[in-house]
Write a protein that binds this ligand. Structure first.
Ligand SMILES: [Zn+2]
Length: 435
């Protein structure tokens, strides 16, 4: 009873926060002035969950004058779900810079409006500065490992991932990324391998898991070298051993364009393999990260047992390695669009744990005003209000800084404060086994 009331209260507050955000983003088309905006925020899913006025300190949304029957509070939050967003290399400055560029200096990204805020320590088992493989393994398995290792401990023992645990509980599972699916972050959730760089082998292990939804780049690692696929360049699998045809024979739907993805009519229980580039997706992404996330949620959320989805904005790291602040900010804004849409999804599915974090910081990014003595100055950039700011970089590599974690939903309270990155796994594990 208390649990459901908490979720209902969260739902209302999250909805109100979303309206505030939409108003901040579009001051000329505020929700009050244009009811169409509120219509896109799924008011029909909010109204039935409205608790009695005594349940909340915030005002209860008013009923439409045309409604004759008060909404009936529901005790069914739907099947459980976990959505983990990883902005690769996305530290605190990356998030703040994106907010400044998109909204202004008092603006807040939706990912930063989530109710729970924490800090993850990112050091790996063998280095104060992690790589994506070790950090993603820590998030996926709850144990620290050495850099470059996927889904194994430092002694080489395989570790069950949260994706495998969810599968064992009958949940649908999915991985989405803007870089090749065989890259370190998605790979750490799926495979057990001692080197992140053996990508054709990672693709074979990944397909053996029968993951329900795989969307991203890296087509070349899934086709045989005697096959052309949808994009320029032949595959990297041995001749006659391409992975896509056998997958289709066992029930996967293979798509390689945005149009195919958006018009998808997947049969119940069908699996989806979307490969949208030979290697990484080129900007502007087609499909966008937001569109891939929506497609994945549409498929996975049909499972009555529950679902797990990891979504990676993988190129924030690459832009930060290159010290390209404009690109970092645009990619982070793109990630926030996917988070926004997912937050709306959770209003109708409040038994969903939503987490937004990073595997490490990249670039030693900082925000400044112009001044002599700055190290690697990048800019100027302008807020929508016309204020000028600059970005500095201290390195072209990863750093050992803690990274922000924001979250909402069941067990998100475990992610307040500061903790090793493995805590993210613990919260997700509780979601799967602690019901
Ligand atoms: Zn990197």
């Amino acid at each position: 009873m208390v649990y459901n009331r908490t979720m209902l209260r969260r739902s209302i507050l999250a909805w109100l926060a979303l309206l505030v955000f939409l108003g901040a983003c579009s001051p000329q088309v505020s929700p009050e002035r244009n009811p169409g905006i509120t219509a896109t925020a799924e008011p029909t899913t909010v109204a039935p969950t409205a608790p009695p006025p005594t349940d909340v300190s915030a005002p209860t949304p008013e009923l439409s004058p045309t409604e004759t029957t008060p909404p009936t509070p529901t005790s069914d939050p739907g099947p459980p779900g976990i959505i983990l967003f990883i902005g690769d290399g996305m530290g605190a400055a990356h998030r703040q810079a994106a907010a400044w560029l998109a909204l202004g200096m008092d603006g807040t990204l939706v990912m930063d409006s989530l109710l729970i805020h924490g800090w993850a320590q990112t050091a790996s088992a063998d280095s104060p500065v992690t790589d994506s493989a070790a950090s993603a393994t820590a998030m996926a398995t709850g144990q620290l490992t050495n850099n470059q290792v996927l889904g194994m401990d430092p002694a080489g023992q395989p570790l069950e991932s949260i994706l495998e645990l969810a599968q064992a509980h009958g949940w649908a599972v999915g991985l989405v990324t803007t870089v090749p699916l065989t890259h370190a972050t998605p790979a750490a959730f799926a495979v057990h391998h001692n080197s992140r760089y053996d990508e054709p082998e990672i693709a074979r292990k990944m397909m053996a898991l029968e993951i329900d939804v795989l969307l991203g780049g890296g087509e070349d690692d899934f086709f045989g070298w005697d096959e052309a696929g949808c994009f320029t360049g032949n595959g990297r699998q041995p001749a006659g051993e391409g992975l896509v045809s056998p997958a289709v024979e066992t029930g996967y739907v293979h798509v390689c364009t945005r149009e195919e993805l958006l018009s998808l009519d997947l049969p119940p229980g069908g699996k989806l393999l979307g490969l949208f580039a030979g290697d990484e997706l080129a900007a502007p992404f087609s499909p966008s990260l937001e569109e891939m996330t929506a497609a994945a949620l549409a498929v996975l959320s049909q499972d009555p047992d529950g679902f797990f989805l990891m979504v990676e904005a993988g190129q924030i790291d690459w832009a930060a390695h290159d010290n390209q602040a404009e690109e970092v900010m645009q990619l982070t804004i793109g990630l926030d669009a996917a988070v926004t849409q997912t937050k709306i999804f959770t209003l109708a599915r409040p038994d969903t744990l939503l987490i937004v974090t990073a595997d490490h910081e990249t670039g030693g990014m900082s925000l400044n005003q112009d001044g002599a003595g700055n190290f690697r100055q990048d800019g100027p950039f302008q807020t929508p209000q016309g204020t000028t700011f600059w970005v500095d970089w201290s390195t072209g590599s990863h750093t050992g800084e803690n990274v922000p974690v924001t979250a909402e939903g069941p067990y998100s309270g475990l992610l307040a404060g500061e903790y090793p990155v493995t805590r993210i796994y613990e919260a997700m594990r509780m979601m799967v086994v602690g019901q």
